[in-house]
Write a protein that binds this ligand. Structure first.
Ligand code: ADP
Ligand code: MG
Ligand code: ZN
Length: 734
C-alpha cells in the first residue's frame, strides 16, 4: 500500500495530535505499510512505538505486537486507548488474564474493532492461540525490544527464538517490523537471521546522546565512593537521579547514607514486595524522593524526562546495559550526568554472578565484561567508544562532554608498535583474540601458546619493551581507527582491515593515549561490611600527629592513650577535620562530654593543620554516618542497668558475646558509663581486678593481646580482659 505523505500527517494529527514525525518515523511507517519487512534501531525515547501504532490504526485487520514486559503491556494498552474513543481499540493477551477476560478479548478481536493486540512471546508461541491468530489474519507483526532474540544482547529471552516458527504458522508472508533501542552489529545480524527478515529496510538512528556527560571514577573503597556520591548530589541539590548497584544490601546502605546526609532517597530492589516497589517508583516519579538507589530491576520502561544523573556504583555487565541505563538520564534533552565507579574487584563480582551459568554463557559474559573494562580504562573519548560499540562512527575529535575529552591525556607516537600488532595478527592467521595476541607480543608463554608452538614465532616477545597494559591500549585504539576489527560472528578474533593492510605497506604516524591505570591494591570495595570510617580516606600525616598528641595528653593525665580517644576516633578526625566543638561531637566514639573534656587540644591541632596545609575543608559537607545501631545501644545500656546476664542480652539481640562486648566498649568509649561489676565480681576476685586495672593505667596500647602477654600469670581470658577494659574506661575515661 502506497500512502501519500499528506494523509500520513493527517493520520498522525488525528490519532495522536502530533504536528510532525520525529527522525525516521515517516520512512519507517511507509516501509511497513508497503508490506516490507522493516528493522528499526532507534535509541530509547526516539519514538519507536509510534512506528507500529500508527500503521496498525491505518491498516485492515489487527496488528500483533510482541513485547517482553508483561508489566508494561497494560500501560501501553491504556495509552493507546487514551488516544481513541474506543476502549477495544487495543488489547493485550498474557498469562495475567482470566478465562473470562480472554473470552472478551477474543470477541472484540473477532468484531474487527481491535487494531492492536499486545502479546507476550510465550502467548504467541502457545499452540492453542495459533489457530485463532491464523483466522484473525493480522495486518502485520511488530517485534518490540527485538534485541531479546540474541544471546549477545543485554536481555536474552529464549522464547523470542521461536517467533519465526510461529509467524510461519500464522502466515509466512506476514510483514514484520522489528524494533530495538540497542543493537551491536552482532545483535543486529542475529535479529535479521533469527526472524528471517526478508530483504528488510533497515533504519538506524544515531545513538549519540549529545546532552549526556560521561565520566568514570576509580572506586578505592566503598566509603570513598559513597562519599563522592553524597558530595556530587549536594552539588546537584534537588535534582532527580538514579544510582545503580549490584546487590540489594548495598542499595539499602547507600539509601541510608544519603538519607543521613539530608538527601531524600529510597532503595529499590527485587527483594521488596511489589506494593512497596510501586510505591517507591511512584515517589520517584512524583518527586517525593530525589534519588532512587536500585539494582538493575529498576528502570525498564521508566519514562521520567528530567533524571539529571545516573550513577553506577559498580560497572555494569555490558556496555549495552550501560548505554540503556545511562539513557534514562536527560531524556528531555537537558543536562544528564553519567558517572560510573570502577574497580578491578567489581569485575570479579560480575564474574562471580555468572558462576552457575553454562560454560558458553560464561564465555560470552566474560567477553561483554571485557568491553566494559575497556571502556572504563580507556583514555579515549567515552562517547566515541560507546558509539563505536554500536557500530557508529564519530568524526568529532573532542566531544567536550566526557572526562577524557575535558582532561585529555598526552598522546604518544606508536607507529612502530602498530606495525608489531599487525604483523603479529598476521602471523597468527587472524585466528586469536586480544589477550592471546598481547601475550605473544610481550613474550608470555601460556599453556595454550605452548600447545600451538607459537612461542617459536619470531613475533613472540617482539614487543617486550612495553607491558600488556600498553599493548591493550594500542590494540583498542587501532580498532577505533579501523586498522583492525573483531570478527562479529566469531566474537573476539582480531582481523586486519583493508586500512590495516595499507598501513602495513606504508606505515604512517599513529598516536595514542595510554589507558588509565586503576590501582589494584586499594579497591577494598567489600560489599559485605558495614560502611566503616576507615583509614581509606584518613589523612595519614594528620593521623600521626593526632596519635602523638594523644600520647602526650595521656602522659599528662597519667592515663593510657586509648582512654583519651580510641584510634577509630582519631581516624575519623583525620578524615573529617573537625575544627569546632560541634563538629568534634559528630566524630564517632566522641560524646559531648568527651569532646568537652579532651577535645580542645585536638581541635586546635586540626585547625592549625587545616590552615597550614591549605586544606579545602568542605564546610557544607560533613559526611554523617548511619546511626542505625543506636537502638541496640540503648537496649544494652538499659539491660546492664538491670544487671541482666551478658549471655542473655546477647542472645536476645542475636549477638555473640564478643560482639556484645565490642558494642559495650564503644558505648563507654563515647562517654556513657556502664557498671559491669555484677558480671565481673563472679569472675575475678579483687586482687585480680586490681592487677588488671594497674596494668591498664600504665599501658601504652589498647591491645588485648599485649595485655594477655603482660599479665601472663593471671591467665585471664580475653573476655575477662575486655570486660575489665570496659570497667576501666567507664571509671577512668570520663
Ligand atoms: P521508545 O519506545 O523509542 O523509547 P516511545 O515510543 O516510548 O519511545 O516514545 C517516546 C516519547 O516520544 C513518547 O512520549 C511519545 O509520545 C513521543 N513521541 C513519539 N513520536 C512523536 C512525534 N512524532 N511527535 C511528538 N512526540 C512524539
Ligand atoms: Mg519502546
Ligand atoms: Zn569525549
Amino acid at each position: 500500500m502506497e500512502v501519500a505523505t499528506a494523509s500520513l500527517k493527517e493520520a498522525l494529527q488525528e490519532y495522536f495530535g502530533f504536528d510532525g514525525f520525529k527522525g525516521n518515523q515517516e520512512k519507517i511507517i511507509k516501509s511497513i505499510l508497503s508490506g516490507r519487512d522493516t528493522f528499526v534501531i532507534m535509541p530509547t525515547g526516539g519514538g519507536k512505538s509510534l512506528c507500529y501504532q500508527l500503521p496498525a490504526l491505518m491498516s485492515e485487520g489487527c496488528a500483533l505486537i510482541v513485547s517482553p514486559l508483561i508489566a508494561l503491556m497494560k500501560n501501553q494498552v491504556d495509552l493507546m486507548r487514551s488516544y481513541s474513543s474506543l476502549d477495544n481499540i487495543a488489547h493485550f493477551l498474557n498469562s495475567t488474564l482470566s478465562k473470562t477476560q480472554i473470552k472478551k478479548v477474543r470477541e472484540d478481536l473477532n468484531s474487527g474493532e481491535t487494531k492492536l493486540l499486545y502479546v507476550a512471546p510465550e502467548t504467541l508461541t502457545k499452540q492453542e492461540n495459533m489457530d485463532f491468530f491464523r483466522e484473525l489474519s493480522p495486518s502485520f507483526i511488530a517485534v518490540d525490544e527485538a534485541h531479546c532474540i540474541s544471546e549477545w544482547g543485554h536481555d536474552f529471552r529464549p522464547e523470542y527464538r521461536r517467533l519465526r516458527e510461529m509467524i510461519n504458522e500464522i502466515n509466512p508472508d506476514l510483514p514484520i517490523i522489528a524494533l530495538t533501542a540497542t543493537a551491536t552489529p552482532k545483535v543486529q545480524s542475529d535479529i535479521v537471521k533469527n526472524l528471517a527478515l526478508k530483504d528488510p529496510n533497515v533504519f538506524i538512528s544515531s545513538f549519540n546522546r549529545s546532552n549526556l556527560y560521561y565520566e568514570v571514577r576509580p572506586k578505592k573503597s566503598k566509603e570513598q565512593a559513597i562519599k563522592e556520591i553524597v558530595k556530587f548530589i549536594h552539588l546537584h541539590k534537588g535534582k532527580s537521579g538514579i544510582i545503580y548497584t549490584l546487590n540489594r544490601k548495598t542499595t539499602e546502605e547507600i539509601a541510608d547514607m544519603l538519607t543521613a546526609n539530608g538527601i531524600k532517597a529510597v532503595a529499590y530492589h527485587a527483594g521488596l514486595d511489589s506494593s512497596t516497589r510501586s510505591k517507591r517508583q511512584d515517589l520517584f516519579l512524583n518527586e517525593g524522593v530525589e534519588v532512587i538507589v536500585a539494582t538493575i530491576a529498576f528502570g525498564m520502561g521508566i519514562d521520567k524526562p528530567d533524571v539529571r544523573f545516573v550513577i553506577h556504583f559498580n560497572i555494569p555487565k555490558s556496555l549495552e546495559n550501560y548505554y540503556q541505563e545511562t539513557g534514562r538520564a536527560g531524556r528531555d534533552g537537558l543536562e544528564g550526568n553519567c558517572i560510573c565507579f570502577y574497580s578491578h574487584k567489581d569485575i570479579q563480582k560480575l564474574e562471580h554472578l555468572m558462576r552457575d551459568k553454562s560454560l558458553s554463557e560464561r564465555e560470552m559474559g566474560a567477553q561483554l565484561i571485557n568491553e566494559t573494562v575497556a571502556y572504563a580504562e580507556s583514555a579515549v573519548c567515552r562517547r566515541k567508544l560507546l558509539l563505536h560499540y554500536f557500530g557508529e562512527e564519530t568524526k568529532e575529535e573532542n566531544c567536550g562532554r566526557c572526562d577524557n575529552c575535558l582532561h585529555p591525556k598526552e598522546k604518544i607516537e606508536v607507529k612502530a608498535g602498530a606495525e608489531v600488532v599487525l604483523k603479529t595478527i598476521q602471523a597468527l592467521n587472524e585466528r586469536f583474540p586480544i589477550e592471546y595476541v598481547v601475550n605473544i607480543i610481550i613474550g608470555k608463554n601460556t599453556p595454550q601458546i605452548a600447545t600451538f608452538r607459537h612461542d617459536k614465532l619470531k613475533e613472540f616477545g617482539s614487543g617486550k619493551e612495553h607491558d600488556g597494559h600498553f599493548w591493550n591500549s594500542l590494540i583498542r585504539q587501532m580498532m577505533l581507527e579501523h586498522l583492525i576489527e573483531k570478527d562479529i560472528e566469531e566474537y573476539g578474533l582480531l582481523k586486519i582491515t583493508e586500512k590495516g593492510h595499507k598501513f602495513l605497506k606504508k606505515p604512517y604516524s599513529f598516536k595514542m593515549a595510554l589507558n588509565h591505570q586503576f590501582d589494584e591494591a586499594g579497591d577494598g570495595s567489600d560489599e559485605e561490611e558495614v560502611i566503616p570510617s576507615g583509614p581509606a580516606t584518613a589523612d595519614p600525616a594528620l593521623f600521626q600527629m593526632l596519635m602523638d598528641l594523644r600520647k602526650q595528653v595521656a602522659k599528662d593525665k597519667n592515663l593510657p592513650p586509648f582512654v583519651i580517644f580510641l584510634e577509630n576516633s582519631l581516624e575519623d578526625m583525620a578524615t573529617h577535620y573537625p575544627t569546632t566543638m560541634k563538629e568534634m561531637e559528630k566524630i564517632q566514639g566522641v560524646s559531648a562530654g568527651k569532646a568537652l573534656k579532651y577535645g580542645k587540644k585536638f581541635i586546635e591541632l586540626i585547625g592549625k593543620y587545616v590552615e597550614e596545609n591549605d586544606i579545602d575543608k568542605p564546610d557544607d559537607f560533613v559526611m554523617k554516618s548511619v546511626v542505625n545501631k543506636s537502638g541496640l545501644k540503648v537496649f544494652i545500656i538499659q539491660n546492664i542497668d538491670k544487671k541482666i546476664p551478658l549471655e542473655t542480652i546477647a542472645k536476645n539481640k542475636g549477638l555473640n558475646t564478643d560482639d556484645l562486648l565490642d558494642e559495650m566498649e564503644t558505648i563507654v568509649a563515647s562517654g556513657t558509663k556502664l557498671n559491669v561489676d555484677y558480671c565481673l565480681d563472679e569472675e575475678l576476685d579483687d586482687d585480680a581486678q586490681d592487677e588488671i586495672i594497674d596494668y591498664f593505667k600504665s599501658c601504652e596500647t589498647s591491645s588485648l593481646k599485649a595485655a594477655q602477654e603482660e599479665l601472663v600469670d593471671g591467665d585471664y581470658s580475653s573476655e575477662q580482659l575486655k570486660l575489665m577494659r570496659i570497667k576501666f574506661l567507664s571509671e577512668y575515661g570520663n
